[in-house]
Design a protein around this ligand. Sequence first.
Ligand code: ADP
Ligand code: MG
Length: 341
Amino acid sequence: MPIQTLPDTLIDQIAAGEVVERPASAVKELIENALDAGATRIDVELEEGGMRLIRIRDDGSGIPADELALALSRHATSKIASLDDLEQVTTMGFRGEALPSMASVSHFAIVSRPASQAHAMRIESDGGKLQAAQPAQHPPGTTIEVRDLFYNVPARRRFLKAERTEFGHIEELLRAFALARMDIELRVTHNGKQVRSYRASGSDDERLRRLGEALGADFPAQSLALAHDGAGLRLSGWVGLPTTARSQADQQYFFVNRRLVRDRVVTHAVRQAYADVLYHGRHPAYVLFLDIDPVRVDVNVHPAKTEVRFRDSRLVHDFLFRSLHQALAGARAGAAGGEAL
Ligand code: ADP
Ligand code: MG
């Protein structure tokens, strides 16, 4: 075959392989977009573990009618405009890949209305083929619908698992968002039934309640709140007492600027801090937020952005270790005073 440039739709479908692995990855991208749009309330509607339908509605800024089609084209984003912006990005998204990728492998629709626009517009795409925009009804904000994910990519569709498994991945993801952004109301329905409803939480009490709703009542009852500042970093959140340690590392939430990340530097620092209070083979439970100047961390490591690179990883490691060690040392001292550890 001679060398030839691939058609745009095929390029999007190839990119979709990286951005959207399964329904949960689509949900992740859509929620991140809603958060970037300043939503205060997000409704997630799912059918058949998201394989049949994912519909996400937000009350955010909306997409102006004349930008709707653009939102579905590759590398189109309202979030960065230069390399400079990329180096200090504060939004969850910035690659302009999610919508065109999802649209190319599903029956896709956006209905959106900025508050300043008299009515909403709806645009649809079938496997990347864009239809003309139509006027529609919608309160200020955006609803995005992804139906029949991978309907036109049989090889991908075959890799999807049972409804329960796919729904499980989505639930886990939504739990992380519910923890990351306690200020936002989040409701979830699956096959017509409401399965989750998190109220927006501002006060300490409300946050504790939400923590319990996400992780079970044991966790807030047996964890320590912490907040440490130093070296221009801030670590806050909750660390589980050794009694909450688990046989699996399945309650470990670490957010860098509210983005859930899996990072070796972080895991190592946490494990070291727990070393003398945990039995070998037990895993601590924690919900921790690291706030760091965006220029000190690179989030553009992988399309899914679950990996980060700290510019000064040694300093971050030591700050985490010291903050956690100190918090847990406080727990040991408290235990001596009669509190259960
Ligand atoms: P990115 O988030 O990287 O910019 P996306 O493909 O996810 O790329 O979205 C493309 C653009 O569409 C965004 O930059 C944003 O301007 C707009 N957009 C997407 N979802 C929403 C939403 N829920 N509310 C408002 N604007 C949105
Ligand atoms: Mg996005």
